[in-house]
Ligand binder design. Structure first.
Ligand code: KG4
Ligand code: ZN
Length: 350
């Protein structure tokens, strides 16, 4: 499908440690520039908000220029703007939102303050075209883990379940830290697990016991897993035995991915939905992608997962949601819209 006549939308993402600028026309991705401050945070073992905000300030203007150069367009060619308004780190969000508001006024074009979580879902349209209606979305990032029902031509996001404690990405990052792996830990666990045995250690699968399954069919819990890994590692150390990092990584990854995919497929069966999409940084995980594909194939469900570069935070996803809003004639945000560190997953935009 070509969308060459569609409006040109520039998306700005600054909710965490990635300064992302995307340019999208309809479902066509023209540029996706990312400047990351992750190296500056690595030695602290987590993102330092003030460091992230300063890095966004330095990176954002050059990133916008690079995106325009890559796409072969001028800033004056842009028809509409989208920016992440939340959820995220407030100081970091403010850099993107202030930049977007200034551009909106200077260029005289509409601006949409969009939801980071919804854009993790909609980004798949850049790779696989319009999402089916209805679709169930598994959203798994560093700060959120939810199962959502997406209906009304991607206007409605209805939560089916969510994590009661740690997000899936947070669980990956915490286990990685226990194993002495660098931050962010998810990609490291993914890599280390390749040489490990996923059945070596039976780590707990949160909220999958009979009673929990009834009360929390689509909710997740990963804090017990983190504690179990901590205890297991400590016991090895106290016994003076080496920690088999690859086996722990593979077994822990298996526990997380098993629960995520099982609940996703169960929700599809129970609710009669034949289409799922996975979004968010954890969707880059190779074992999650493989297990989800196998389970969806067995259950006759059509699975969509964007390529890894579109799963982790980027500007293309913001532009993709912006393009959706423009195409649907959504009313642009008023220019005094706020940033929100806790923006609800049910909202597409302000
Ligand atoms: O969506 P995202 O880029 O940022 C947030 O909105 O939070 O997600 C970041 C999270 C981190 O916890 C990171 O460790 C995790 O995604 N992640 C992965 C992988 N790549 C990124 N987790 C497991 N396997 C991966 N390959
Ligand atoms: Zn994200």
């Amino acid at each position: 499908m070509t969308t060459s006549g569609a409006p040109l939308v520039l998306g700005i993402e600054t909710s965490c440690d990635e300064t992302g600028i995307g340019l999208v026309r309809g479902h066509d991705l023209l540029a996706n520039e990312i400047a990351s401050s992750v190296e500056e945070h690595a030695r602290y073992g987590g993102v330092v908000p003030e460091v992230a905000s300063r890095a966004h300030l330095e990176a954002i203007e050059p990133a916008i220029r690079r995106a325009c150069d890559t796409a072969g367009v001028a800033l004056s060619d842009v028809d509409a703007l989208a920016v992440t308004a939340g959820p995220g780190l407030v100081g970091a969000l403010l850099v993107g939102v202030a930049t977007a508001k200034a551009l909106s006024v200077a260029l005289g074009i509409p601006l949409y303050g969009v939801n980071h979580l919804a854009s993790h879902v909609v980004v798949d349209e850049l790779q696989h075209g319009p999402l089916a209606d209805p679709t169930i979305a598994l959203l798994v990032s560093g700060g959120h883990s939810s199962l959502l029902m997406v209906t009304d031509d991607v206007r409605e996001f209805t939560p089916l379940g969510q994590t009661l404690d740690d997000a899936a990405g947070e669980a990956f990052d915490k286990v990685a830290r226990l194993l002495g792996l660098p931050f962010p830990g998810g990609p490291w666990i993914d890599r280390m697990a390749v040489d490990g045995d996923p059945r070596a250690i039976a780590f707990p699968r949160g909220l999958t016991a009979a009673g929990d399954r009834d009360r929390h069919p689509y909710d997740f819990s990963f804090s017990g897993l983190k504690t179990a890994v901590a205890r297991w590692v400590k016991a090895r150390e106290l016994a003076g035995e080496p920690v088999p990092v690859a086996d722990v990584a593979a077994s822990c990854q298996e526990a997380i991915v098993d629960v995520l995919t099982a609940k996703m497929v169960t929700a599809c069966g129970a609710l009669g939905v034949r289409h799922v999409v996975i979004g968010g940084g954890v969707a880059a995980n190779s074992r999650l992608r493989a297990m989800a594909q196998a389970r969806c194939d067995s259950a006759g469900i059509e699975l969509r997962v964007p390529r890894p570069g579109l799963c982790t935070d980027n500007g293309a996803m913001v532009a993709a949601l912006g393009a959706r809003l423009v195409a649907q004639g959504a009313v642009p945000s008023d220019l005094d819209f706020p940033t929100s560190s806790t923006m609800a997953v049910t909202r597409r935009a302000w």
